[in-house]
Design a protein around this ligand. Structure first.
Ligand SMILES: NC(=O)c1ccc[n+]([C@@H]2O[C@H](COP(=O)([O-])OP(=O)(O)OC[C@H]3O[C@@H](n4cnc5c(N)ncnc54)[C@H](O)[C@@H]3O)[C@@H](O)[C@H]2O)c1
Length: 262
């Protein structure tokens, strides 16, 4: 497939590179000229095991390229992934301005040729529909389906997580788009959860909230352990060996944070 990735940050660079390695033609777009120039010199802005070799290999094979030219990337692609940032605002809500700006830019470049637009950024429920209406307003003759495929990779093991995901959630807005996205993701896993866009967007928020709850929970248990002179590590081990609970995200510590857990 011909794929454009808009936003070549952590998520865009890793997923674009991995899709190229699977045999797709991928054009990664970023509006930071310096970043694109560096990538064109094989300078990788993040450290992820295996990423530099994969970028180099797929660039040399003609499967992967980097540009600031969104128009060219959109016109040459069947599937367009949006992977720009959605930072936390002062109110705690996600700042969707980058996603919406990209929707405007994509809309300006479209003609009647059918495209699947996929939102990989972490966004509130209803964003795929909002992106579709921005595009349709900008280009009323556009033929697009806007879908949601949230990203679950972890920084530090992003390449491994992309090639061996626990699952891929596909929120499709039509059967045609769902079929295309199923074909694209099938080489990665047979654990595909195919649903509508709203449920897909909600799955990402619910997963993040659940993981954050697990961390907060064990930290509260650690406080109670302090009061009662119990050992929280033993408690976490005793809990985590129960398969219904599991040991991950049960290490008492400083709590949660970072761009994915605002
Ligand atoms: N980093 C993670 O571990 C991770 C994991 C899962 C989900 N996510 C989510 O994925 C999304 C992207 O996160 P990230 O960490 O890759 O962000 P990032 O800040 O590393 O990258 C975003 C990139 O988009 C570019 N950009 C912004 N506006 C643009 C435009 N109009 N045209 C072209 N490029 C543009 C920026 O220059 C930047 O390079 C966020 O919603 C984030 O919450 C991140």
């Amino acid at each position: 497939m011909n794929i454009a990735v808009i936003g070549t940050g952590y998520v865009g660079l890793v997923s674009g590179t991995c899709f190229a390695d699977l045999g797709n033609h991928v054009i990664c777009v970023d509006n930071l000229e310096e970043k694109v120039e560096r990538l064109n010199r094989n300078e990788i802005p993040i450290y992820e095991p295996g990423l530099e070799e994969l970028v180099r290999k797929n660039k040399e094979a003609g499967q992967l390229s980097f540009t600031t030219n969104i128009g060219q990337a959109v016109r040459q692609s069947d599937v367009i992934l949006i992977a720009v940032g959605t930072p936390e605002t002062n109110s705690g809500a996600a700042d969707l301005s980058y996603v919406y700006a990209v929707a405007e830019e994509i809309g300006a470049e479209l003609d009647e040729t059918y495209k699947v637009i996929v939102n990989k950024s972490t966004v509130p429920v209803g964003t795929a529909e909002a992106v579709e209406s921005i595009i349709q307003k900008r280009q009323p003759s556009a033929s697009v389906d806007v879908c949601s495929v949230p990203e679950f990779l972890r920084e530090g093991s992003a390449v491994k997580d992309t090639f061996h995901p626990d699952r891929v959630v596909i929120g499709g807005s039509s059967q045609k788009a769902t079929d295309i996205l199923t074909e694209l993701h099938q080489p990665l896993t047979d654990r595909l959860v195919v649903t509508d866009t709203r449920s897909s967007e909600m799955t990402k928020y619910a997963s993040n909230a659940f993981l954050a709850t697990k961390i907060s929970f064990i930290n509260e248990i650690a406080n109670i352990c302090d009061i009662y002179e119990a050992d929280v590590n033993a408690v976490a081990k005793g809990m985590g060996l129960d398969h219904r609970i599991g040991p991950k995200f049960l290490n008492a510590g400083i709590g949660y944070g970072g761009s994915c857990f605002p």
